[in-house]
Design a protein around this ligand. Structure first.
Ligand SMILES: [Zn+2]
Ligand SMILES: [Zn+2]
Length: 267
């Protein structure tokens, strides 16, 4: 198992009763049918940093979200997708991290059999590392950071999310084409400059095309389409159905068997 060139990941796991003060207790039926009597409540805390050649570290922000999962498969799906797609971990790394979180939770579950909910903190550091010969501005430009990620709501299992918000439903946003930029030359080929943020496409970025063929960073297009159904460059209509709901709250509430919400914290 190894990280992608120029990126490094670390994680720590611990049990923390205090996190449950932030969440409503899960009102789910007994888990005995699945062979477990306790619920596992995961709180994921991710810090994004850049490390230069001298080892000086610069924080780029953080994100925190929680998941109370009905089954381990839900955790793999929701969290594994975030790690792989947004933090750009290799599949091996994403899977290993999820499996170690599950294993840790199972051990604590066995050790505290009277707890109804086992609260587990998963702290992750996503580090973009300056490479020999690389200008530090280039390192920052390709850095993985919160404002270049798609909202966590797009990782929720299809069909379990609340009604769509804004002009374009999340199921549509989730299915936008996405190409991961693997080389500088590929970035140039895909897009001169993003018409939303005015940056080019650097290694690690994901680029999407709207129906009019205009290209944007995926996260820029998603954020734009949460407020508009038209292309920001040519005004062509990207999505042609009005929302079925007038909901304006984008925070995900308890939905089906998985709960998830996203907040930004200064960790
Ligand atoms: Zn952009
Ligand atoms: Zn367009």
């Amino acid at each position: 198992m190894g990280s992608r060139f120029g990126y490094a990941y670390r994680h720590e796991l611990w049990m923390d009763d205090e996190i449950m003060e932030r969440y409503a207790p899960p009102a789910y039926p007994s888990r005995s049918a699945t062979g477990h009597s306790q619920w596992i409540w995961y709180e994921f805390r991710t810090k994004f940093v850049v490390e230069d050649e001298e080892g000086t570290r610069t924080a780029l922000g953080s994100e925190m979200f929680n998941a109370c999962c009905f089954s381990d498969m839900h955790l793999l799906f929701v969290m594994g997708g975030r790690l792989w797609d947004e933090y750009w971990m290799t599949l091996d790394e994403a899977q290993t991290l999820c499996l170690s979180a599950m294993e840790f939770a199972r051990e604590r579950e066995a050790f505290h059999p009277t707890l109804a909910v086992v609260p587990v903190v998963v702290e992750i550091e996503v580090c973009t590392v300056q490479q020999a010969g690389e200008a530090i501005t280039a390192t920052f430009d390709r850095a993985i950071q919160p404002d270049r990620l798609r909202p966590i709501s797009l990782h929720i299992v299809e069909g379990t999310e609340p009604c769509p918000v804004g002009p374009v439903p999340s199921s549509y946003l989730r299915r936008l084409p996405k190409i991961r930029v693997e080389s500088v030359e590929q970035g140039w080929d895909l897009m001169d400059v993003c018409g939303i943020c005015s940056r080019g496409a650097t290694v690690g970025d994901r680029v999407t095309h709207l129906k009019c063929n205009h290209a944007f960073h995926l996260h820029c297009a998603v954020k734009w389409l949460m407020g508009s159904k038209f292309c920001p460059s040519c005004n062509a209509q990207e999505y042609n159905r009005w929302p079925r709901s007038d909901k304006t709250n984008i925070v995900l509430e308890k939905s089906g068997s998985t709960t998830c919400s996203l907040t930004y914290l200064d960790l």
